[in-house]
Design a protein around this ligand. Structure first.
Ligand code: NDP
Length: 481
């Protein structure tokens, strides 16, 4: 079995410990490769390499730096099919999704930030007798830690702006889905990225991840993952006065008023509930429906959910593939049991699914719709991160805003109404970092991305990302008048 390697100082290397972790194909439950179980020593090598690389990389002309990012994006695009196959094999998501969303978005992330950095202006402020100008300089070495649900998509979302701004990076992808990150290492070598500019270390969060976070030479940490892990990372990084960007969990409300464009809402709500097996931090997991249309919505939605095809992620007709890992599969099933114990009624799904043949050992869960639960029960307050949604009727705008805002999370919300004034009122009143009105997952990379409350600290995307990955320095010049 071919083993994955770390990418340190421009080459692929085995871990210092020589220990490896099993990497699974969730659609079959079988181990298909192994990844380095890295630790402090590997991170130390990466930091040394990044330190050596930093002066030249940060001092390089912006156009030249951008040209490396463009080359990387071109090579990702050239290898789109291979990368999509790998993403699906390692994550369990349908191949059509990897091909149409995950990998194309990784291409876009590098392309976008290669261009954005050439437009990144610094400010100047004039007054009588003085001129101020602000330098925006890279931070140095940055740590990037990413989750398993959108492996290459989210990794590239962090790497592209960090590198474009002139930093050197030490990245740790989720130990569950390291395959496309490893392939990205090979692409960076082919692109001729200077040695040490990017280092990718594989391994567990508690060893490799925390060695990156706690290293004194790592000046900033950008993290996407669960809220609990975000808190752990902050406990280490905050006392060391590191810059932190945390993109964390969510429990997103999907609010449906009776005056919505019903057909568009229904098509999109099926997607926003179950796409990627519900394993997108932006999925709407609590569906609030105005009482007037509650029964109609319930019947239509359940019928649509029942029609979704769960099966081999490699096949074109598959709507939902496998759950990413056995522990996560068990966590989702635990929450379905909890919902029943809390008095919820399962309208469809609610069970694991045993498929035949080579898929027999895979981790599949039916799309699950639950009603009859109070808005403040655990099922409606805690993140499940799977193909499970609850339906909650509401009567007034005030009531739905109160329920929508009742969780500790504040990542994204979805709103369906044709009433313009109401749309603006709710957008201003709902406590989430992202509000989608009559759409979902529509992303303009120039806009700020990130959550409020326990869903995160700081924003990424566009100029916010470039500001996070640089430090401002103001220079004041006295002018003799
Ligand atoms: P985790 O928080 O478990 O892990 C995320 C990453 O952090 C992994 O690489 C993990 O490694 C690493 N890690 C774990 N512990 C530590 C530690 N002590 N120090 C440093 N690194 C550590 O999240 P999941 O991978 O389970 O991803 C799902 C979560 O991500 C959900 O809560 C989801 O909402 C959130 N998410 C948020 C998004 C957003 O934009 N706000 C987008 C996508 C997902 P290891 O794999 O070894 O544990």
């Amino acid at each position: 079995m071919e083993k994955l390697k770390n990418y340190i100082n421009g080459i692929l290397v085995t871990p210092y410990s020589n220990n490896y972790l099993n990497i699974y194909n969730p659609s079959t439950g079988e181990v298909f490769t192994m990844a380095p179980d890295s630790g402090k020593e590997d991170v130390e090598l990466a930091v040394d390499a990044a330190k050596k690389a930093f002066p030249e990389w940060s001092g390089m002309s912006i156009n030249k730096r951008a040209s490396y990012l463009i080359r990387i994006s071109e090579l990702i695009e050239k290898n789109l099919d291979k990368l999509a196959q790998a993403e699906t094999k390692n994550n369990g998501k349908p191949l059509w999704l990897s091909k149409s969303v995950d990998i194309p978005r990784a291409v876009k992330n590098f392309e976008f930030f290669a261009s954005a950095i050439t437009q990144f202006a610094s400010e100047s402020h004039h007054d009588a007798g003085t001129l101020n100008y602000t330098l925006r300089q890279p931070l140095g070495i940055v740590g990037a830690i990413t989750p398993w649900n959108l492996p290459l998509y989210l990794l590239s979302w962090k790497l592209a702006p960090a590198l474009a701004a002139g930093n050197c990076v030490i990245a740790k992808p989720s130990e569950i889905t390291p395959l496309t990150a490893f392939m990205l290492s090979e692409i960076c070598i082919e692109a001729g990225l200077p040695d040490g500019v990017l280092n990718i270390i594989h391994g567990y969060g508690h060893s490799a991840g925390s060695a990156i976070v706690s290293h004194p030479s790592v000046k900033a940490v950008t993290f996407t993952g669960g809220t609990k892990t975000g808190v752990e990372i902050s406990k280490i990084a905050a006392p060391m006065l590191k810059k932190l960007s945390l993109e964390l969990g969510g429990k997103n409300p999907n609010i449906i008023f009776s005056d919505c464009n019903y057909g568009k809402m229904m098509d999109t709500t099926v997607q926003s509930s179950f796409r990627n097996q519900g394993e997108i931090c932006l999925c709407g997991s609590r569906i609030f429906v105005e009482k007037k249309i509650y029964d109609k919505f319930k019947n239509d939605f359940v019928e649509r959910a029942k029609k979704l095809k769960i099966g081999d992620p490699m096949l074109n007709g598959t709507d939902m593939g496998a759950i990413v890992s056995k522990p996560h599969f068990e966590k989702i099933l635990y929450y379905i049991d909890l919902a029943v114990n809390e008095g919820g009624k399962i309208l469809c799904g609610g069970k694991k699914l045993k498929l035949d043949g080579k898929l027999e050992g895979g981790w599949y869960i039916q799309p699950t719709v639950i009603e009859g639960l109070p808005y403040d029960c655990r099922t409606n307050q805690e993140e499940i991160f799977g193909p499970v949604v609850t339906l909650i009727p509401f009567e007034s705008e005030e009531e739905v805003l109160m329920m929508a805002n009742s969780t500790e999370y504040g990542l994204a919300s979805i709103l369906w109404t044709e009433d313009l004034s109401r749309a603006h009122r709710i957008a201003a009143g709902i406590k989430t970092g992202i509000v989608w009105i009559n759409c979902w997952m529509v992303r303009d990379l120039r806009t700020p991305f990130g959550g409020m409350k326990n869903s995160g600290v700081g924003k990424e995307g566009g100029i916010d990302a470039l500001r996070f990955f640089t430090e401002s320095r103001n220079v004041t010049i006295s002018i003799d008048c």
